[in-house]
Design a protein around this ligand. Structure first.
Ligand SMILES: [Zn+2]
Length: 236
């Protein structure tokens, strides 16, 4: 089964120092992709709404799609949000609370320069509009390398911080760089999240709500026909 969840990274043009250019989708291409999804009559769900539906019905809603963004980059607000507002599209962004309001190199690839994260006021404005915010750990900790105590801390503290900022429940989680273990899945479940996403891309035989695959949208999807081919697997 293909989980109808797209994974985006940065909605921006890569700068000269960038090594992983694949993680960038240009604002122009993002706009085209959103127009395409609307034209195909997809219905946009936040991650929580999608999972709530699955838990009630044992299947995903027909024509459903969920957009997710990891790391909480400022470009999600400056570049993606205006396009999503124009189309009435909602999505889910996974935040690293220790990076909120900061320009830091903590989450970038080795050798890349600092990059700006969402500010609290950006997050509040987007939340007011209907964007959902999930957790991506407190410090972008790679959970397969962390002790049980660290995993517990990263998973629970990030949830608290996001809930304190938004005054709304933080219900979904994405593993930094996609790394998870059985212990991490259990910690996420115990903390009260309803689902967690990996960065495994492609079909999944059995739906594991604490290790959900996504469909990665990369720079190589820059021509609309490539994006359309990627999306086609959701329409069969
Ligand atoms: Zn990340």
């Amino acid at each position: 089964m293909q989980i109808p969840v797209l994974a985006y990274h940065k909605i921006d043009e890569p700068t000269a120092d960038i090594k992983l250019r694949g993680a960038f989708t240009s604002p122009k291409n993002f706009a085209r992709q959103m127009s395409y999804l609307k034209k195909c009559n997809f219905e946009f769900y936040t991650a929580s709404e999608l999972i709530d539906f699955y838990r009630q019905h044992g299947a995903f809603p027909p024509r459903a799609i969920t957009l997710t963004f990891d790391d909480g980059w400022k470009d999600n607000y400056t570049n993606a949000f205006p396009i999503m507002k124009k189309h009435g599209i909602r999505a889910t962004i996974f935040l690293v609370p220790s990076c909120i309001g900061q320009t830091t190199a903590r989450v970038v690839a080795d050798g890349e320069s600092e990059r700006q994260h969402l500010a609290p006021e950006d997050i509040l404005e987007m939340s007011e509009y209907g964007i959902e915010f999930g957790s991506h750990t407190l410090n972008h900790k790679l959970l397969h390398k962390a002790s049980d105590e660290e995993v517990e801390f990263e998973v629970t503290e990030s949830k608290k911080e996001i809930e304190n900022l938004l005054c709304k429940p933080c219900r979904v989680f994405a593993y930094p760089a996609g790394f998870y273990t059985d212990a991490a899945q259990n910690a996420v479940r115990r903390a009260g999240y309803i689902a967690a996403f990996s960065t495994v891309y492609g079909e999944q035989e059995n739906v594991n709500l604490y290790a959900l695959n996504r469909i990665e949208i990369l720079r190589r999807n820059r021509f609309l026909f490539q994006f359309a081919r990627t999306i086609k697997q959701l329409r069969s």
